[in-house]
Ligand binder design. Structure first.
Ligand SMILES: *Cc1c(COP(=O)(O)O)cnc(C)c1O
Length: 377
């Protein structure tokens, strides 16, 4: 049996994507590769809803995307507002500190989200050059209402740049970069796109690129989008060698998602998350998030189930889930249900979880658990 990697990234990689990785490496300036790269760029715009934006595909993890976002749009000592729903929101504060940016931080309770009025109040008080919003915070499973927050920002402070961390959302959740008037968005290859870790995908608005051009200091060389724009427009050009095989893989996955319908892919995530949560609820696991994301869930252990014992027993049955982070660790665990994962695979996971709960805690009404999985939508 194939091991099921149900952590919030990396996620399972399909056979098609895996075999695209093992194709022969060709020159990064070869026409055949150039066409693959251009196709991947074009599909990157589609998944972000960013027809009018500049797309980038750069080797590095999601955190590189965060750093590229900030280094290209904010100068030292300018004001940044970070809206955080957990660990990954907080990471922007650390990056801002490393870049000598003046940062204010609004943070929700774990599982909750920041109220738009609170953001409104902040931006009335002070002029912010940029604001960051994490679409899905992977530590809490909370999804932000990016559209609503972007409207608030645009209304109160039209020239504040809006940065969206889509790492645990893009592909699995609708994003409308153009319509919502976002300035920078990025994701990582290993979450809802079902590709191994190694690439960050980004989109920048014209406004964000203008801001990059007007920066007083450049604090990044590899991450400078002005160096990458010529390459993304014509990959025959060289700045730094692209990760050729990873570009095969992302192009393969994006093509599969776009060709089978992005709407269907969103819908799949909605339905599978509803099924997993319905079954887990019968098993006694509540979710942390008041505003749950379709890509992952953070489940609270019922009384009598020990975190390490549970995850170890599950691992022995070929199901890998993740520990919760920081103050949530020991009391919760995290389970991804995004990317290439199928309903059949998640049903197997639920069966194995049911067995483990039975071993650790005693009798479970299995019929009810499986029926709730099968009937939820
Ligand atoms: C995973 C994740 C990151 C960090 O990505 P890495 O690839 O681990 O660097 C950032 N933001 C969010 C929301 C994430 O889920």
């Amino acid at each position: 049996m194939k091991e099921l990697l149900l952590i919030p990234g990396p996620t399972p990689v399909s056979e098609e994507v895996l075999s695209s990785l093992s194709r022969e490496t060709i020159a990064h300036t070869d026409d055949r590769f150039v066409n693959i790269f251009l196709s991947a760029n074009q599909k990157t715009k589609i998944i972000f809803g960013a027809e009018n934006a500049f797309p980038f595909i750069i080797a590095g993890s999601g955190t590189l995307g965060m750093e590229i976002a900030l280094t290209n749009i904010i100068d030292e000592n300018e004001n940044l507002l970070v809206v955080s729903h957990g660990f990954f929101g907080d990471r922007f504060v650390e990056i801002a500190n490393a870049l000598n940016v003046q940062v204010d931080h609004i943070k929700s309770e774990a599982g909750d989200r920041v109220h738009p009025d609170e953001i409104m109040r902040k931006i009335k008080e002070k002029k912010y050059k940029a604001i960051t919003i994490t679409h899905v915070d992977t530590s809490t499973g909370v999804i932000a209402n990016v559209e609503e927050l972007a409207q608030v920002v645009r209304r109160e402070s039209p020239d504040t740049l809006i940065v969206v961390d889509g790492v645990c959302a893009t592909g699995g959740v609708r994003e409308e970069f153009d319509k919502w008037d976002i300035d920078v968005i990025f994701t990582g290859s290993q979450k809802a796109l079902g590709v191994p870790p190694g690439l960050t995908l980004l989109a920048f608005s014209k406004r964000a690129i203008e801001k990059r051009k007007s920066l007083k200091v450049t604090r990044t060389y590899y991450g400078d989008i002005l160096k990458w724009i010529p390459v993304m427009e014509d990959p025959h050009k060289y700045f730094a060698t692209p990760a050729v095989n990873m570009v095969y893989a992302i192009e393969k996955s994006l093509s599969m998602i776009v060709n089978s319908g992005l709407e269907n892919y969103f819908k799949k995530h909605e339905i599978l998350s509803a099924k997993v949560r319905a079954a887990m609820n019968i098993l006694g696991f509540d979710i942390l998030a008041k505003y749950p994301a379709p890509t992952l869930s953070v489940f609270k252990y019922p009384d009598g189930i020990d975190d390490l014992q549970f995850r170890k027993a599950l691992f022995q049955k070929g199901i890998v889930v993740a520990a919760a982070l920081k103050e949530l660790s020991g009391k919760y665990f995290r389970m991804g249900h995004m990317g290439s994962i199928t309903e059949d695979e998640l049903l197997i996971a639920i069966k194995r979880i049911t067995e483990v709960v039975e071993t650790l805690k005693g009798n479970v009404n299995k019929g009810e658990v499986f029926n709730s999985f099968l009937s939820a939508s």
